[in-house]
Design a binder for this molecule. Structure first.
Ligand SMILES: NC(=O)c1ccc[n+]([C@@H]2O[C@H](COP(=O)([O-])OP(=O)(O)OC[C@H]3O[C@@H](n4cnc5c(N)ncnc54)[C@H](OP(=O)(O)O)[C@@H]3O)[C@@H](O)[C@H]2O)c1
Length: 247
């Protein structure tokens, strides 16, 4: 039976993707919180296997995932990396622990997982398509975003390099969402002024996870079979807007 491997499935965008994509795929879902992963599973169709794991454990990730896949006897055709760590942090507060945890979750883990899923011994030649959930900060800049923003730029760099190295067997693309209200951003949006500012800056309004799911589905499917190494910005027009506004 063919499976889609999805990280970040215990919350926000990842949970929405799990539910949406479970109509067409069997799923292996990852996060750390087993209770919330079980809640996601209950919302899904088809077969859903849970692999709880802390993706910052980069020393053991490869071996543990390989062993689990072999034991579960599953063939994995698609991989969506949605897990992400975002802490707004001015430069003066940046430290090596925050940098490591952010880059481990957002960049090192998807590289190591893609390595496992393209290992002939572990998953044969089954993997066909990979989508990384990046962010529209990837090609831009914002105050207090040097740690998170640079991790998403690195994720997109990883995407482009893997797209070339793994062609023609595996396609690799990324989706760059703009602001959506989820666990990650609820504190930010609880401030009415910040919310108003966002609403003003988003020509199509603030998004929801449901707004990015169809793009992810397209990139996983054969409808995008000649597309690889690309960033798909899905942000309600936020990053192309150069209208002057009073700040
Ligand atoms: N929300 C936005 O406005 C927005 C905008 C642009 C891009 N994004 C991107 O969209 C993705 C999902 O964000 P979200 O808003 O849905 O955030 P969220 O609700 O905070 O969910 C983050 C997910 O990542 C998982 N995760 C975090 N650290 C992990 C770790 N060490 N090991 C395993 N799993 C880990 C969490 O699982 P556990 O808690 O179970 O560990 C959770 O499922 C992220 O990559 C984010 O950068 C979000």
């Amino acid at each position: 039976m063919d499976y889609l491997f999805l990280t970040g499935a215990s919350s926000g965008v990842g949970r929405e993707l799990a539910v949406y994509l479970s109509g067409s795929y069997n799923l292996i879902i990852n996060g750390r919180n087993e209770e919330r992963l079980a809640e996601t599973k209950a919302l899904c169709k088809n077969d859903v296997l849970i692999w709880p794991y802390d993706l910052t454990k980069t020393d053991t990730l490869e071996e543990d995932l390989s062993t689990w896949i072999k034991g579960a006897e599953v063939s994995i055709v698609s991989f969506v990396h949605c897990a992400g760590l975002m802490k707004m942090m001015p430069l003066r507060s940046a430290d090596s622990k925050s940098l490591y945890d952010t880059f481990a979750t957002n960049v090192f883990a998807p590289e190591l997982i893609t390595k496992v899923l393209t290992s002939r011994k572990t998953n044969g030649k089954n993997l066909k398509s990979v989508v990384f959930i990046s962010s529209n900060i990837s090609n831009r800049g914002a105050a207090a975003f040097s740690v998170y923003g640079s991790s998403k730029s690195a994720l997109d760099g990883l995407m482009r390099n893997l797209a070339i190295e793994l062609a023609p067997n595996v396609r690799v693309n990324s989706v760059l969402p703009g602001g959506m209200i989820t666990e990650m951003t609820k504190d930010l949006f609880s401030d009415e002024n910040v919310k108003k500012q966002f609403e003003m800056n988003y020509p199509l309004g603030i998004g929801t996870p449901a707004d990015i799911a169809p793009t992810v589905e397209f990139l996983l499917s054969d409808n995008s079979k000649w597309i690889t190494g690309q960033q798909f910005v899905v942000d309600g027009g936020r990053t192309i807007d150069i209208t002057e506004r009073n700040r």
